[in-house]
Design a protein around this ligand. Structure first.
Ligand SMILES: [Zn+2]
Length: 100
């Protein structure tokens, strides 16, 4: 993905936004991000989810589906707080950057 270094913050916020509303899993968030124009490979997404979990923004649980297990993620309290802070900063940024 081009400009990934600039866009990963938005990707993280998208993930947090959805994970604060309901449980998400890798393929679902990959499709959702693609809908918004972020095309991530599993090799990029899963390490990102892991890192966010290690930072305490997400927590996961495993759910069995026959022979395979799916990892479901939810935002933690700290993740939700970070999201709220980022949203207020984003609002300020939009006010500044989007005015003609
Ligand atoms: Zn979204």
């Amino acid at each position: 993905m081009r400009y990934k270094d600039l866009l990963t913050g938005f990707i993280r916020l998208h993930i947090l936004h959805h994970a604060s509303e309901h449980e998400i899993y890798g393929q679902w968030i990959m499709d959702e991000l693609a809908r918004h124009g972020y095309r991530l490979s599993p090799g990029t997404l899963y390490p990102l989810l892991n890192a966010m979990e290690q930072r305490g923004y997400l927590k996961s649980r495993k759910e069995r589906h026959g022979r395979t297990a799916r990892k479901l993620y939810r935002a933690t309290g700290s993740g939700k707080k970070g999201l709220e802070l980022a949203k207020s900063r984003l609002k300020e940024f939009i006010g500044e950057a989007m005015k003609e």
